[in-house]
Each structure stands twice: as C-alpha cells, then as structure tokens.
Design a protein around this ligand. Structure first.
Ligand SMILES: C[S@@+](CC[C@H](N)C(=O)[O-])C[C@H]1O[C@@H](n2cnc3c(N)ncnc32)[C@H](O)[C@@H]1O
Length: 400
C-alpha cells in the first residue's frame, strides 16, 4: 500500500465557504468516458456532464460559484471561525461537518464529493453477478448471518470466523493479528512481482515488494441474508459523526470524530476514482511538484497472478473525486486507523474496497490518522514527500 505525498498544504486552491461538488475546474478529462458507481450499480452515460451527475448538486453549485476572479486566485482570509454543517450535501447518510477554529485561512482543495468509488476509463472492473459462484456467497442464508451457530460461506475468507462481532465491531483477534502484520511485517508477508506493474516502463525494474493482506468478505446481493445482516458493515457506509477540521500542527485539514469510537469501529472507506496504474503514472507526471495527490494502490492481492495486465493493476485516486478519507492525515506507525481490503461485489481481488477501522479506543475530537506507508527517503518518486509532522515517536521522516 502506498500513498503519494504532495506539496505543502498552502499549495491547495482556495476555499470560499462552500464545498462538495462546487468545483471551478473543468471536468474535461471525463467527457466521453464511462463512470460506474459500483455499490449502487448505476452507470452514467458517457456524454453526461460529470458535474451534473455527482450528488446532483452542480446546478446549485454553479449558481454559488463566486463572480469575478476564480476562487483559486482569491484571497484566502475569510470567515473565522468557520463551521459548515455537511460537506457531503447529503451524499452520505450522516452529516460530515467542517470546522476551522484555528485561523481565517479556509482554503480547501477543490474536488467532487462522492460516497462511492467511480471507474475511470479503461480500468477493468467487472461486477457481474454471474461471476459470483455458490461458494462465494450464502444464497441459503436468511436474516442475520452472525446470529447463526454455523458460519456461512462468506466467512471462508476469514478462516471460518466472521470478521465482525454482533456489536458491529471488528473481531478483536482478527484486528490484533492484522495490526501486528501491518506494524511489524515479516519477509513472508511481502510479495515481489516477477514483472512489477508499478515499475513497468520505468528505468528501475525491480519490484520493491507489496504487503499481502488478508481480506474481509461481506455478504452481498447474491446472498440470502437480509440487508441488515451483521456481515454487511462497510457497504452500509459511514455511521460516525466525522468532522473535517483545521489541525493545530499545520498539517492542513484533518479528520476527527465528534464522539468516542470503540476499538474495531468502521470509520469510512477510502473513496476515489478507480484508475489503472498506467493512468496514475501519467497523472503523477502531470502533477509533479504541483499539488496534493491522494492515490492508493489496490495491491493487496497482486500475488495471485504471476504477471498482472496493465488494466488489472488498479489504484484509487481521490484527488478530484473523493470522500472524507482524502482529509485523513498520515501518522508513522502507531496510527489510530488501519486500512483493510474488503471484498463486496466481486471475488476478483484486483478491485476491492479499502476500509478504515480504529486500532484502539479513540476519544471524541481526537484526530484520526493512518500510516500512508510513505518512504520519506524515496528520491525516485515523481511526487515529493511532505515534511512529516505526525509527532509519533516512531516517525520515519528523519529530517522532520
Ligand atoms: C491525504 S492529504 C490529507 C489532508 C490534507 N491535510 C489537506 O489539508 O487536504 C495528504 C496531505 O496532507 C498533509 N499531511 C498529511 N499528513 C501529514 C503529516 N504527518 N505531516 C505533515 N503534513 C501532512 C501533506 O500535505 C499531504 O500531502
């Protein structure tokens, strides 16, 4: 797993007090491309204007666009303190507020708020029910799978034990083993590609290794259980009252919960555009030294095939389309969130959901962080790493 760091926060475009779908950049890269919302299965006609699609908000947003100079060139000093009720404008089933009690600099990167991943162009994501075999679902179940004495087929991925408890938390043993694997990986936990899709086309050919991660498998459409089944957590979306807030450590915006969260709570998914690794490489070249970037690789299962085709090596890019997760800051090693791959619509692990769960009990208003897995000494990456201000005793940024 890797996230690419961008420039300092100050390089983001300005924020004018409105947000979520109200972008003033040109959505041209999307004209003529098909977009699919995987969870709902809704697909979008190629010629539709993307700004009319996302949240159905753009017409209102266009009316709200500031007159005069574009917002990216306007002064950043405005409302203080700033509080916005819901940056998702109804896209999530809970409100996600925004607060800046620190200063009057309310600049936010411009992006479209989306609650579900969207497919970009030639990324190969196949959601066909026909591909889900009887072994991959629990068609004979009904009600709540967690209430049954015997685990159903959907628990096979987690060795016959459901990943979730009846309280809706992650099974503690599963979580502790996961944390240990991520925080103290052994050599056997890494997979080295014969021909690494990340390095293909670059001068450096050698694969640097990918962590092989365990998956959670949730029940889904072909399962007989109800939509309220306890083995359906991530697909039900965000439940915590999250807030985007201005951090005191000058990391820009961050995310916190307004209430305490128990260890093993689902917080949110990392949502963005599903793009091929090739497309990400091109985007990185264009963005080099310019702005924040937010891609994560979906490489948890790259060991399942000897040589991955280009359209199969996927990433999630939340730079222009994303959810609240794009505001979660990095903390080296001992972060209070961990990211776990979750299989929902397809048994094909080239695509999966990336879900954040708490690694311990988290207090109300405590900043939520995750370890981007960033290598601060990597000089070969096109996007320069930020200067880490995570404050962890295990901080890997030696120059911080
Ligand atoms: C995914 S974004 C997180 C949200 C970001 N703070 C914002 O205001 O939009 C990643 C960017 O946040 C900043 N950031 C995240 N974690 C940081 C840390 N530990 N120290 C300093 N800056 C950090 C860096 O500028 C990085 O490129």
């Amino acid at each position: 797993m890797e996230i690419n760091g961008g420039d300092d926060f100050s390089s983001g475009s300005n924020f004018d007090g409105d947000f979520g779908g109200c972008n003033n950049y040109n959505p041209l890269p999307y004209s003529g491309k098909q977009l699919i919302f995987p969870n709902s299965g809704k697909s979008v006609h190629p010629n539709q204007n993307i700004s009319k699609i996302i949240n159905g908000l753009s017409e209102k947003c266009l009316e709200e666009q500031p007159k005069g100079p574009s917002s990216s060139t306007m002064a950043t000093q405005n409302n203080y303190p700033l509080h916005i009720g819901d940056i998702t404008k109804g896209a999530e089933s809970v409100q996600i507020s925004l607060a800046n009690d620190l200063d009057g600099f309310n600049e936010l990167p411009k992006f479209f708020y989306i609650a579900e991943n969207i497919v970009y162009k030639d990324a190969h994501v196949n959601f066909s029910l026909a591909r889900i075999s009887d072994d991959n679902c629990c068609s004979q179940c009904f009600g709540d799978c967690l209430a049954s004495d015997l685990p159903c087929a959907c628990a096979c991925e987690t060795r016959g034990v459901f990943a979730y408890t009846r309280e809706g938390l992650l099974n503690e043993k599963f979580l502790d083993e996961y944390i240990e694997m991520i925080w103290e990986p052994k050599r056997k936990d890494y997979y080295y590609c014969e021909e690494c899709p990340l390095e293909r086309g670059k001068r450096r050919k050698k694969c640097e290794g990918h962590l092989c991660r365990k998956f959670i498998k949730e029940c889904w459409s072909k399962c007989g259980c109800s939509k309220k089944c306890g083995n359906r957590i991530v697909q039900r979306g965000i439940r915590a009252n999250l807030q985007v807030f201005k951090t005191y450590e000058r990391k820009g915006w961050g995310v916190r919960s307004l209430h305490a969260l128990k260890k093993g709570s689902f917080v949110c998914e990392y949502v963005g555009e599903i793009v091929t690794n090739l497309e990400l490489h091109e985007r990185n070249q264009r963005r080099a030294g310019k702005e924040h970037t937010y891609p994560v690789l979906l490489d948890a299962d790259w060991n399942s095939e000897r040589i991955l085709k280009d359209e199969e090596a996927l990433c999630l890019d939340a730079t222009e389309f994303g959810n609240v997760a794009r505001f979660i800051n990095h903390r080296c090693h001992d972060s209070n969130l961990i990211e776990i791959p979750v299989e929902i619509e397809t048994p094909d692990h080239h695509y999966y959901h990336l879900a954040f769960f708490t690694t311990r009990n988290v207090e109300a208003m405590e900043e939520l962080t995750w370890d981007y897995g960033i290598r601060f000494d990597d000089k070969t990456h096109p996007v320069k790493a930020f200067k880490c201000k995570c404050g962890s005793p295990y901080c890997r940024d030696r120059k911080a």
